[in-house]
Write a new protein. Sequence first.
Length: 329
Amino acid sequence: MKLTEILEPINNYFEEFEKKYSEYMNTESDFINQVLEYSSNHKGKRIRPALVFLSALACKSESLEHDNIERMIKSAILVELIHSASLMHDDVIDNSEYRRGIKTINYNWNNQTAILTGDYLLSKALLLATELGFEYCRLAISTFNQMCLGELNQLERIRDINLTESEYFQNIKFKTGELIGTCCQIGAMSVNASNEQIQSLKKFGENLGIAYQIKDDLIDYMYDVEVSGKASFNDIKNKKITLPLIHSLCYSNEIEKRELSRIFRNGEITDDSVLVISEIIQKTNSIQYCKIISEKYLNDSVKELDLFKPSSFKYSLAGLCDFVRLRNY
């Protein structure tokens, strides 16, 4: 099923979201507006706002009151602001040239512009959280705190080929699982769902986020910029240790381990080095292993939906698991 089909039940909410999001982004600065318009014109899949809507409506599939709808849309804007800010910062950290198939803000302008625009979006997110209430503010701050911890942990272990699977999973839970979990949690909160529903959707999102990040790490090894919208082997070139490499190091022979160690401890990684790494990963079936692990987390996500009664919104949440399973961008 295509993503557009999965999200069809919430199309009417997206129209209002895009309108309010644009209004919220408008500033008195022509320069900031220019940068934000460039970013908005090449928007992503909007999966995080979609998760807010679907989670809210899976809890309250009957007609929502006006206050619930307004709170739900503001919650969706909040998580999209946090996500967009984190991407701008990530592109600077990773020195990424492409995002969604176009030049990143740091390449189109400079690092300072990308960092400060990201900071601006974060400040807008926190202002919006204060409008929504203390619990929303606490959740937004806690989520971004965990995302930063994940990035810092990853930075600390750059080049460290001794990174374990459990450490990797902790990092990606912080980096990606937390925000996806928050999207689902905040959606349920916006319609005053029960605590049991809120916790189930939070777990659904966390598992989905971990599976999403594993697939994202796989895409770096499997597709080029024309398919994925991002330069291939970017993680390797930035010496990020992700699951395909961790698994490969466990199952490669001593000669291959020494070669991988040499590559990651030396200077810039060359195209020849990328080829060596890619061949070892293929030989150890590490791509297939990562797909199996991702599938486990997706299955765990779907189980969390058993609590909810049948609805198009529940089916779309399950459909997003299928989307992650099949995605190549």
